[in-house]
Design a protein around this ligand. Sequence first.
Ligand code: FNR
Ligand code: LAC
Length: 337
Amino acid sequence: MDLEERAREILPQGVYDYVAGGAGDELTLQENVAAWQRIRLLPRVLRDVSAVDLGTTALGTDLGSPIGVAPTAFHRMLHPDGEVASAAGVAAAGALHVVSTRSTTPVEQVAEALGDNPWWYQVYVLRDRGLTEELVRRAVTAGAKALVLTADTPRLGLRLRDVRNDFTLPPNLGSPESLDRPGNLADQDPAVTFDDIGWLASTFGLPVVVKGVLRGDDAKSSIAAGAAAIWVSNHGGRQLDGAVATADALPAVVDSVGDSAEVYVDGGVRRGIDVLRGIALGAGLVFVGRPVSWALAVGGSELVATTLQTLRDELELALALAGCPKVGDVTSDLVAR
Ligand code: FNR
Ligand code: LAC
């Protein structure tokens, strides 16, 4: 039985559906997975792959692998130790971690669980700019190495499973710190523009990654406004249903960005081979969301670590079988056109 099925058995239906679900008819949710699976590879042979090195860098930081953990909300809904358990698992696996604005654990405690492991902080610009600044300032003080501005969520998408389930956040979450003032899930500012990229960069002095870009022109405008990296994402199919799958959007974004910034991707990545596919299409980092949520729900920090380690092992094998001893050897000609 796979992890998602096991999570489904132990989580309340509303919580399971909140995580598993997408927007509308869930076309984009399904397409994200299917689009990676359609990509056929052209492996190289006779390349001496006796040692495969997964090391890479992003925004000047050395990383053990190009696999990162995407920000997801409300981990205490999935496990009593919440973000402390997920962070400890991610750190044990040595993957880059991104902490959500919608953390149900104070960012200082998450940072402590991460230890020396590199991590970034995901920013929702809230209507309350003072609260936004306060949350980001605390993350910067706690050791975040970059800020990830989520750009695809001016409002939450239409999550029909949540509507049907009449889903609300469980009361046992304590106080999700970005929600503990008047306002609720809908309090993200819908008036955010490219100018806010410059505001974040200049206010906090960290590189800004813009997450949720699907178009080359938006990538260019983000970079012109001060973004250091572009994260191709459709929020795991949870925002505009019918939006293009990320594997299909990635090449055009990579083309239009050229050498002016780093490009990352997430959405429907389930196997190490998908990570290889993402890199071959031009992504510097490839992030996973739900697989980590399911691992957290079923087995806490240990299963989070095992799950990420398995993904890493799969990637290592995929590189060997593709004739690529280094991540830098994974180039676009590995994709069959
Ligand atoms: C998310 N995602 C998300 N993104 C973000 O920027 N801030 C957030 O708080 C959340 N919260 C969140 C909750 C849940 C339950 C899910 C499933 C997703 C989106 C996330 O970062 C990422 O883009 C997708 O999850 C990637 O797709 P996969 O790997 O889940 O298919
Ligand atoms: C979500 C928000 C919290 O996708 O990002 O549910």
